[in-house]
Unconditional design. Sequence first.
Length: 128
Amino acid sequence: MNSLMVGKLSILRNKFRRDTRTFAPDSEILEALQQISVGQSNNFKQIQNPCMRFFKFKKHEAIAHGAQALDLRLPFDEIEVLKENLDLIKRLVQKMWKFYLQQMLIPWPELFYLIKILLHLEIQLSSF
């Protein structure tokens, strides 16, 4: 997770009231955003809109599901899920490959790129 994401989640966690599942006003959240390194850059206006969209999404999640929606870690191991489903992923990619090949719907370079991604995923997962 990149430092901007960590910073934004930290701001939201600090501005979240667990007992009422509410947040501080957006003005306080924006003020806190300006205090982190990304907020101190010259292009704050350019990052403000994407950050506010992210904040809006995470606020809805936290209100619906509680403070755990603002955690930095997922409640499951992503690598383990991918490992457990690797055979399924491979089968689905093979089916897609056969379908697209039969229909000639996907150009050859993209097809090879898809295979390369699948092989890379398998190599990465086997190293864990």
